[in-house]
Write a protein that binds this ligand. Sequence first.
Ligand SMILES: C[S@@+](CC[C@H](N)C(=O)[O-])C[C@H]1O[C@@H](n2cnc3c(N)ncnc32)[C@H](O)[C@@H]1O
Length: 266
Amino acid sequence: MIPYIMKRYVATETRSGNPGDPELMQFAAEAGVSYVLRRDRSIARIMAEEEADGVIVWKQEGPVLDLGGERFFYHPSMGKNRVSQIRKGHSDPMIEAMGLKRGWEVLDCTLGLGADALVVSFVVGDEGRIVGVESSPVTAAIVRWGIKKYSKGPAWLKAAMDRIEIICADHLEVLKQLPARSFDIVYFDPMFRHPIKSSCAISPLRQLADHRPLTEEAIAEALRVSRSRVVLKERVGSTEFERLGFKPVFTGEHRDIAYGIIEAGS
Ligand SMILES: C[S@@+](CC[C@H](N)C(=O)[O-])C[C@H]1O[C@@H](n2cnc3c(N)ncnc32)[C@H](O)[C@@H]1O
């Protein structure tokens, strides 16, 4: 367990669910949370009795974290919309910044909800590879099991989701263990130093997320691991680009966001 994540979450079944479901037990162990019996209790009562900041309910369609109002669960939403645009022949600024090609291997060091990883997965296709690293055990487990349980939408969407390999760890530890030049692209989308208030898609994620700033050591390791480029997403005008040695070059239709790159071997 990573020390900065001080919140306490518990996992339980639905009111009509199977107590002690083996998949729920596996999920709870991966997420690093305690399992509690539902005993027909409301979410508010579980939160009070178990002194929990949130309750993860094991639903047929995947785990749902209830924070006492706000809910967090896996959904391909933003990634799916972007893939639909790419399928219609539109460009995507993140893909442009990466210079991404079919068959490439990408290490996403900040998986979050996996929206960017889904877009990458679609573009690299089944000859490529996408590995997502997420240091928040609850986020990683919700996304991993949410993808496993996701059964809606077209076959191409499910195929792209299923290709995302998820590792729950600090990206620096993962990078340090990787051989030189083992991925084409290494990508970072850290929690913005100054969040965009209107970005409600990731608002519940904020409570779960690792908010530590990127380190120069992680960027140096990423440059060693990358064959093509290291890409950083940040707010337009962020001082993080300069601090970490990136040239902010690509902005999308979303005026607030920019992508910086450092070419491998530069
Ligand atoms: C802004 S979100 C990423 C959103 C993601 N690109 C998407 O499309 O859904 C940043 C995520 O990176 C994770 N994170 C931050 N620092 C990390 C680290 N050192 N190692 C692994 N994950 C990290 C946070 O916990 C958070 O879930």
